[in-house]
Write a protein that binds this ligand. Structure first.
Ligand code: NAD
Length: 479
């Protein structure tokens, strides 16, 4: 069993002031894996003080200096890729393929942000005014467990590119991943205090970050419920917030869709990351005229998925992260039947032979109405609701009838029609006829899926405050 009893403040690994402990279970075996000592509000104070002191010099660095730092961080994370993957598979239960992609994405986020800086203009004009985009101060970064490295690295990269320093609170369920990632980031030998990492619970460390008067902005990824709590707490000090929250994303299959393409896309969209993905396409909205054909194809594809040990290269769905997540998914599967939906495949309990870990059966419901809880609430497991429609207008109305607006998918054999429907879907991102990865595209949600955008120019601007100067002389420029 691992013990993680260090946090990272001012360039050093330290024993936290907090003494509370938490045990983490390996989701594949159900065995005790890690004991983590959690930080507390005093640790947050120390981390913020270090970040605040470092901010004085760091906020005045040039683009070239920040780019050099991002390059070093990229190299330091990339250097231990395989170990990072192994720890993530073990602790989180993500499949090997997902964890490899996730680690690569995390390392590359520093490079992508460095490239962004090359052409990013911190000085603009508005009429006769000179407008300088200034960093905000110390940024609080709070992340979930479902792709821990990626969220930490991309948020840290953006904060540092902007000239801010950071206090990071990773998910308490990702302690071993946090430890190895912290070692990587430490190896980049940045000036002390640029980033600080405090393990801890949301209630104690998360709340302390939200309330802290010396934190200027919070970048949060996690559930909508916690996002609302943070937004409320941030009001007292008028912190800026970027909130990346939940989703219940529609996948609209138009009646001319090529099912050879659309069905594998639909299955990947709801089972990706073992269904623990904010952008999962969990509502499959299909033409009533093709329902039988679609049901049959979905069942064949889902039944062929390999659920099992995430360390095996051919596993497509691993266990869920912990017992609470397993219980949550079981509750929704039971609720689907109680609400009158029909089980097409999957269902309650563990898949045969996988009784020890937090494995669930990939599950598909048909005869789902969009007002059922399984169609409205984020389940965060591999559970799909199939909802049928009679007209294109009805399909769009069902797709948009949700409190969320993070992601949407549309499939059609007619590109112009797909474009037309995509334009009417209320979501931060729309994927047309496939799955895509564009790290420079803005990411974030409409409605209760969040506030603000991450990545690329939009993401960086969310970490900057415009200062308009009039009567300014162009000598002594900082940027
Ligand atoms: P969560 O909201 O429970 O926790 C996220 C983080 O917030 C954790 O670090 C947690 O400790 C912290 N936290 C909890 N209570 C807090 C509080 N009172 N104050 C401050 N921080 C607090 O989410 P989770 O279970 O870790 O992750 C799953 C959720 O994240 C899902 O709802 C999913 O949709 C969402 N998510 C969204 C995105 C996105 O980009 N939109 C990406 C991934 C996950």
């Amino acid at each position: 069993m691992k013990t993680i009893d260090q946090i990272y403040i001012n360039g050093q690994f330290l024993t936290p002031h907090g003494t509370q402990q938490q045990e983490l279970i390996n989701p594949t075996t159900g065995q005790l894996a890690t004991r983590v000592v959690l930080g507390d509000a005093a640790d947050v104070d120390a981390a913020v003080a270090a970040a605040k002191a470092a901010y004085v010099a760091y906020s005045r660095t040039s683009k070239q200096e920040r780019m050099a730092i991002l390059q070093r961080l990229h190299e330091a994370v990339a250097a231990r890729s395989e170990e990072l993957v192994q720890v993530m598979v073990e602790e989180y239960g993500g499949t090997l393929a997902f964890c490899r992609a996730s680690v690569q994405r995390a390392a590359n986020s520093f490079l992508q942000t460095k490239q962004l800086l090359e052409t990013f203009d911190f000085v603009r004009t508005a009429g006769s005014a000179r407008v300088v985009l200034e960093p905000l101060g110390v940024v609080g970064i709070i992340t979930p467990w479902n792709s821990s490295y990626g969220f930490i690295c991309s948020k840290l990269a953006t904060a540092l590119a902007a000239g801010s320093t950071a206090v990071i609170k990773p998910s308490e369920l990702s302690a071993a991943q946090t430890q190895i990632l912290a070692e990587c980031l430490h190896a980049a030998q940045l000036p002390p205090g640029l980033f600080n990492i405090v393990n801890g619970s949301g209630e104690i460390v998360g709340n302390a970050i939200t309330a802290h008067p010396d934190i200027a902005k919070i970048s949060f990824t996690g559930s909508t419920a916690v996002g609302k709590h943070i937004a409320r707490g941030a009001i007292d000090t008028l912190k800026r917030v970027t909130l990346e929250l939940g989703g219940k994303s529609p996948n609209v299959l138009l009646d001319d869709a090529d099912l050879d393409l659309a069905i594998p896309t639909a299955v990947a969209a709801f089972t990706f990351n073992s269904g623990q993905a904010c952008l999962a396409g969990t509502r499959l909205i299909v033409p009533a005229s093709r329902l039988e054909e679609i049901k049959q194809r979905i069942k064949v594809a889902v039944d062929a998925l390999k659920v099992g040990d995430p360390a095996n290269a051919d596993t497509q769905i691993g266990p869920l992260v912990n017992a609470a997540q397993y219980a949550r998914v079981q509750r929704y599967i039971a609720l689907g039947t109680e609400e009158g939906a029909t089980l097409l495949t999957g269902g309650a309990g563990h898949p045969a032979g996988l009784e020890n870990g937090y494995f669930v059966k990939p599950t598909v419901f048909v005869n789902v109405r969009n007002d059922m809880a399984i169609a409205r609430e984020e389940i965060f497991g591999p559970v799909l609701s199939i909802i049928s429609y009679d007209s294109e207008e009805e399909a769009i109305a069902i797709a948009n009838d949700t409190v969320y607006g993070l992601q949407a998918y549309v499939s059609s054999g007619d590109q112009a029609r797909a474009n037309r429907v995509a334009a009417q879907l209320v979501a931060g991102r729309v994927f047309i006829n496939g799955l895509y990865d564009e790290p420079l595209a803005p990411f974030g949600g409409f409605k209760q899926s969040g506030i603000g955008r991450e990545f690329g120019t939009y993401g960086l601007e969310a970490y900057l405050e415009p200062k308009a100067m009039m009567g300014y002389s162009a000598s002594n420029e900082i940027y």
